[in-house]
Design a protein around this ligand. Sequence first.
Ligand code: FES
Length: 237
Amino acid sequence: MKITLEIQRFDPEKDAAPHMASYQVEVEPTDLVLDALHEVLWHQDGTLAFRRSCGHGVCGSDAMEINGVNRLACKVLVKNLGSKITVRPLRGLKVLRDLIVDMESFFNKYKGMKPWLITQGEEPVKERLQSPKERAVFDDTTKCILCAACTTSCPSFWANDEYVGPAAIVAAHRYIFDSRDEGAKVRLDILNDKEGVWRCRTTFNCSEACPRGIEVTKAIAEVKNAILAGRPNLPVA
Ligand code: FES
């Protein structure tokens, strides 16, 4: 089948502003949007720039706005989008070139959540045990692949890029609710800041955008409740 692929292009060395470019691409219905982008890159215009790595929805590098919705290009079949597909870079992050955005501020916010296990006292002589019930509390937020689809679909983030954003809160949630972790208070204090969780207006864009199906808005609500309660509400093992 033949599709029209409209791609937002921007070369900072030549263009004053981004512009749309149109390509006629021959694809199989079972091809992915990523395949169509490769077709342009490899056979029509070798200057097209976009990120991708695994091609299987694992690395999170090819998140972009596809027909107005944040998706992974490697997870969307062209046959489900019709004969005209419009692709733009993620909204709210600086465009470096074509579909490539500057992820530095995004990853700085992620690091700001201290995404590692914080413990006190002596190291145990054997592993830190956790029951299946305790593990289940934060299982959903372990699925994040840091693609930024959630954060860049959030109107609060578009309005104020100082807001830590859904992805950083998801990262914090994964540790705050881990029964082995003792750093919840530090993270909850960070997220109780004016650029923290209270910027969330519960629009659910983040949950809809997540390619891993994480209930992002629910996770944010659990963090808000933990702040109000003064601690995470962990289950009894
Ligand atoms: S290329 Fe890795 S998630 Fe799409």
